[in-house]
Design a protein around this ligand. Sequence first.
Ligand code: TXA
Ligand code: MG
Length: 337
Amino acid sequence: MKTKHFIELEVEQAAQILRQGGLLGIPTETVYGLGANGLDAAAVAHIFEAKGRPQDNPLILHIPDASWLERYCQNIPPAAYALAQRFWPGPLTMILERRAVVPDAVTAGLDTVGMRCPAHPVCRAILQAAGVPVAAPSGNTSGRPSPTSAADMLEDMEGKIDGIVDGGPCQVGVESTIIDLTVQPPRLLRPGGVTLEELRDVLGEVAVDAVVTRLMGAGEHPRAPGMKYRHYAPKAPVTVVQGAPAESARYIQAHLAEGDGVICFAEFLPLFAGYPVESIGPAADQAEQARRVFDALRYFDNTAVKRIWAQGPDPTGIGLAVSNRLNKAAGFQIIEV
Ligand code: TXA
Ligand code: MG
């Protein structure tokens, strides 16, 4: 298959791919997505094939605005509308009770469905033009870091999808926050662009699922099935060093060996001269860290490093999402200093 490359002006042609049951790379503000018509079970099956994604891992539906929620969900709690009012369009996915119209292929047979209204203007234009809800996981091959540019997505998907729309680099850089509204209190399943602090501001009490902070055991069944997989895993094993930035930098410098690579904050780059090193931005700039973390992980897949050390970011605000992605890449191999 030849993958067509579109620029933002060609929204109508891109939307046509979706309506015809094809696979489309779509830009969103979080990461690039691998989209298909979410009401077309055959099209959705192709997403799983292109990604090599396990069948038990459900997809989320992307919609152009909150008024579409009723079409695909039922018993929608007031909290969903309060969150939509405050954070949509934006990087928040809500887990709600599904209606029967949503194919099992999307939900992996669960009685719930993840709903997201993305903020990227090109993505919104595509959703409007397509006129269907778009099922879209992140546009990476299963097990690789999520793509934050069209080029990153094509590295994994060229020849496997019908087209991709280049909407520029992703402004958030980590995937959407996932909140489960079918349980009381609402439960954070994945930290992302909308922070835990912001969610608590609207909802009051919010529980944090165990998958956010630790590795799931073999017999455990997390509420977000995708969280049990060792996502974002670079080829070389990662060790996260958690602590004050100056301390974690010193620790890594003291333990660094031939063949190791480093993911660090910008101000510590000089300490690692001569080693393969990727900066994720200044220690104090959490938004920049979110934009760069997947790129840093992806970079090392194209090097021969045998081990990667990473400075752990401050896990507050969007830092909780950056920290979670690095910790997952490390299989929760974390050293506290
Ligand atoms: O920012 C994002 O959310 C990106 C962009 C493309 O929108 N999409 C994304 O999709 O990250 P994906 O499939 O890579 O991650 C979705 C996560 C998976 O871990 C999946 O298991 C979980 O959401 N999920 C989907 N439906 C669910 C449901 N009904 N209940 C619990 N978890 C669900
Ligand atoms: Mg993903």
